[in-house]
Design a protein around this ligand. Structure first.
Ligand code: FEO
Length: 396
């Protein structure tokens, strides 16, 4: 049901408590998500974004309880992805012809997905929509995170509607940042940034500078997923600037897959070496076949270095590791050191393959890696400890 954001602005979205994967099966949503849509009432009434298609009927029915749908003068689509545009067909069956304000690229994405010739009104940065006592200012935000993405700013209430930027996949009965568990909130916010926005960090930094240069007062930031930033709203902007700046913490993450525990034992011996050389460093160890891929990527994002291990199998590497290396390559992490390790019995290509993948993904590969024959004996174990120790020393 609608929730008041301000006297004139209501949240009319959907909390999806059940959601466990997003973007198909690509993104784990341990805490569900929300699809935030907002209704702004002035002399003119505007709906900002809708919800995902499976909730379209529920969304339109709830919206009709809040307002006679024919009184909606304008729709703003900040982004065409189906989690925000999915209820448009249902809504526009009731109010056909309602102008949809969006970027030129959003026209492409909406036409491409719904094959409807709706009443699109293309806007660019700086264009305004007068609502009466307030106005909306549009700010294109290409690649945050699609080419069609846009923010819009509501004067009077001083709200930035940022769509996916500053969002979190976080279902909660509370709508505002000051009402939720801060740790939970930031776990979801950093996961969202790491897995979705990392490739666009340079653009994130530039867009934030552009928006701050407008010198607009910001009382709230209303994203399209998760909670509204009401208390100290610019905290998430400052945080994004840090995350966009080749972010790293004092952390090393070790990723491996293993068949008969040899690579696992090697990984654990490497951890001993790192810890001996740097007792302060935070260490995270993941079997990529067992841990959640998006949680692992979040830990890679937080790391100053990663170590990646697999046994050799069929002259290659294990499939869970191959999959996550492909995803890591696409995310384009910067300013991180890396090295490979792995066990072998016969041909032993895994370390070379991992090193090559890491270099291609933009990591600084610091050595030729460590090959361990069969299951590690005492000598091999000591080599692993030494390998970890040398890796840790690189950061001194
Ligand atoms: Fe929340 Fe890019 O859609």
């Amino acid at each position: 049901m609608p929730i008041k954001v301000t006297e004139n602005v209501s949240w009319v979205g959907k909390v999806d408590w059940e959601l466990r994967t997003f973007h198909g099966e690509e993104y784990s949503t341990h805490k569900g998500s929300t699809y935030n849509a907002y209704l702004v009432k002035d002399e003119k009434t505007v709906l900002i974004d809708t919800v995902w298609g499976p909730f379209a009927k529920e969304f339109v029915a709830n919206l009709a309880k809040e307002i006679d749908l024919k009184q909606i003068d304008y729709i703003i689509m900040n982004h065409g992805e189906p989690d925000h545009s999915g209820a448009l067909p249902e809504l526009l069956r009731v109010i056909p012809g309602t102008p949809i304000y969006c970027t030129a690229n959003a026209v492409k994405s909406l036409r491409g997905q719904y094959h409807e010739d709706w009443n699109f009104q293309v806007v660019k940065t700086g264009d305004k929509l007068n609502l009466g006592s307030r106005e909306i200012t549009f700010v294109e935000a290409p690649m945050l995170h699609w080419p069609d993405s846009m923010f819009c700013y509501l004067s009077g209430d001083n709200i930035l509607f940022s769509n996916d930027a500053f969002g979190q996949h976080y279902a909660t009965e509370f709508l505002f940042n000051d009402l939720v568990d801060q740790n939970e909130l930031y776990v979801e916010a950093i996961k969202y940034y790491a897995n979705i926005l990392t490739p666009f960090s340079k653009l994130v930094d530039k867009k934030i500078k552009d928006v701050l240069a407008l010198n607009l007062p910001v009382a709230m930031i209303c994203p399209s997923h998760g909670v509204i930033w009401r208390e100290n709203p610019l905290q998430i902007v400052t945080q994004y600037q840090q995350w966009a700046g080749n972010y790293q913490e004092n952390q090393v993450t070790i990723l491996y897959d293993t068949m008969w525990d040899g690579t696992r034992k090697s990984a654990e011996a490497i951890v001993e070496g790192i810890k001996a050389a740097d007792p302060e460093v935070s260490l995270k160890l993941y079997n990529t076949a067992r841990a959640d891929k998006n949680d692992i990527i979040t830990e890679v994002f937080r790391s100053k270095g990663i170590l990646v291990g697999s046994p050799t199998v069929n002259r290659g590497i294990l499939s869970s590791l191959a999959g996550i290396l492909e995803e890591i390559k696409g995310l384009g992490f910067k300013n991180k050191k890396a090295a490979a390790f792995g066990t072998y019995g016969w041909s032993g290509e895994s370390v070379k393959i991992i090193s090559s993948n890491l270099a291609e993904a933009g990591f600084e590969v610091v050595n030729d890696g460590l090959k361990v024959l069969w299951n590690p004996d005492q000598d091999s174990r000591e080599s692993c400890v030494g390998f970890g120790r040398e890796f840790a020393k690189l950061f001194k």
